[in-house]
Design a protein around this ligand. Structure first.
Ligand code: ADP
Ligand code: G6P
Length: 465
């Protein structure tokens, strides 16, 4: 990793809603284990290389343990009351901003009490960072939960370097305009020195909206606002490529791969999907495409099997419990019709796996299906590619994932076009080795050249130069 951006930093203060660890077990048996999701997965390796402090929420209402050190990183929990969990997290973050920023895949709700709570929690995060900040520190604020923090923190620490990175898409004008608090949110983000997005499209949406709804002036990449200059750009996030490559070649991983293949049926093509159980991931459309493929008789459960690994997520929210019920009904229906003794058509696991086990599944899969309806980046697509060190395997990728901008040699699909999905799955299953290898080697080049360290380096360089 080049260090031009990082060596200038005495300490990095990361602010993100979720801490990188959460507590399991009670009282004396309690221990801290890594949290799931793209944001945490991406930032954790970065914090191993620079002195850091992570300011965030434990995931439990009313729970505020004292600051502690975990894996070399200082963890500074921020209190979020049970009422705030309802209003700020389940409400404003998950039922207003999340769906709105993902093409309004579900109808966003707009509630003033949620907004007030959002402001309150953002103020608390800003205060926690202001109290910790020392000369030379850099604050890096993450994601849609904390969009007001850059401005609030700037007020009390006018000279602090503040960066903001959005892990989700930033929506186009016609959606963002729905927000009753659109100007406040834009002004909140303009408190940063660098505002980063996953794609050029998102960065452009932001700059245009800032010029329209605030007094900011300038270009898509540089805005002048209240006497400061704000740099806006795309910084596509990535993965710890070396870790996945190394892991994929270890004898214990290869043993696990053999075990998976033996259990699932060594002669069947394994189609794999790995997602948080979220409506933006298109799991229901993907199952429909697989079902139609089996119905068409162009493939059967003798030739192929779908393994869907779904990490439980936001389960107390209605949209999520409804989606889960729908997925489980569909899996039941497909298996009822197409499975035979010893030959299940869809293996569905609703659980979190370790990264080590995930690597084995990636390596066992002939075809990887990453077909979200909208996704900021999608790290799963990059992780799959990184493990395919022998250039085998085919990636089917939604055009609506940020990753599709970089992984252009995947089989690109529109996840709502079931006919095209079915055709592409079949094409992936039947792709001759030479073509698959040619595609995969180009995909691998991209993730090898552009890993998560380079992502952090680029962002922090922009922030500290
Ligand atoms: P999102 O940020 O929306 O969850 P990403 O694909 O960008 O989506 O990131 C998801 C991260 O969570 C990846 O690093 C992936 O390995 C991990 N992950 C996804 N599903 C599981 C699972 N079932 N078990 C363990 N880790 C998972
Ligand atoms: C996405 C978001 C993250 C979030 C993660 C898990 O990756 O960009 O900010 O932490 O999903 O969601 P949760 O609501 O459980 O934190």
């Amino acid at each position: 990793m080049g260090r031009a951006g990082i060596h200038k930093i005495s300490r990095l203060l990361v602010l993100a809603n979720r801490l990188p660890v959460h507590r399991v077990g009670r009282e004396r048996d309690a221990r801290w284990v890594p949290s799931a999701g793209g944001l945490v997965t991406a930032l954790q390796p970065v914090l191993q290389r620079v002195r850091g402090c992570w300011i965030g929420w434990t995931g439990i209402g009313g729970d505020t343990p004292r600051a502690f050190r975990h894996d070399g990183v200082i963890i500074r929990p921020v209190a979020v009351s049970e009422q705030e969990v309802e209003d700020y997290y389940h409400g404003m973050a998950n039922q207003t901003l999340w769906p709105l920023y993902h093409d309004a895949t579900r109808t966003p709700e707009f509630r003033r009490d949620w907004w007030r709570s959002y402001l309150g929690v953002n103020q608390r995060f800003a205060r926690a960072a202001a109290n910790l900040a020392r000369r030379g520190d850099v604050a890096w604020v993450h994601d849609y939960h904390l969009q007001m923090v850059p401005r609030l923190l700037r007020r009390s620490q006018p000279n602090l370097k503040i960066g903001f990175f959005l892990h989700t898409p930033f929506p186009p004008e016609e959606l963002f305009e729905w927000l009753p608090w659109r100007s406040q949110i834009l002004t909140g983000l303009l408190g940063a020195d660098v505002v980063g997005f996953q794609t050029v499209g998102s960065a452009r949406n932001f700059s245009r909206l800032a010029r329209e709804y605030t007094s900011a002036e300038g270009t898509d990449q540089e805005l002048a606002f209240e006497g400061r200059t704000i740099y806006v750009n795309a910084f596509p996030i990535s993965i710890d490529t070396e870790w996945w490559e190394e892991r994929a070649q270890r004898p214990d991983t290869l043993r696990k791969v053999q075990e998976i293949r033996k259990r699932i049926g060594p002669k069947r093509k394994i189609l794999l999907a790995v997602d948080r159980l979220d409506y933006t991931k298109g799991i229901d459309f993907r199952l429909q495409a697989f079902e139609e493929l089996l119905m068409s008789k162009k493939a059967s459960s003798r030739d192929c099997v779908l393994v869907q690994i779904a990490a439980p997520s936001r389960e107390s929210e209605k949209d999520y419990s409804q989606l889960r019920a729908k997925i489980e009904r569909t899996v039941g229906r497909i298996n009822g019709q197409f499975s035979a003794p010893g030959r299940v058509a869809v293996h569905y696991f609703r659980k979190n796996l370790t990264r080590e086990d995930l690597a084995a599944y990636y390596l066992a899969a002939d075809v990887m299906l990453v077909t979200p309806l909208r996704d900021g980046m999608n790290l799963v697509a990059k992780e799959y590619v990184a493990t395919r060190t022998d250039n085998t395997g085919v990636l089917v990728l939604s055009q609506f994932a940020g990753a599709a901008r970089e992984l252009t040699r995947a089989l690109i699909v529109n996840p709502r076009d079931i006919d095209q999905m079915t055709k592409s799955i079949l094409q992936a299953m039947r792709m001759p080795y030479e073509e698959a290898a040619a595609r995969m080697s180009i995909l691998r080049m991209r993730v090898r050249r552009h890993d998560v360290y380079l992502w952090a380096e680029h962002f922090l360089q922009a922030l500290t130069s």
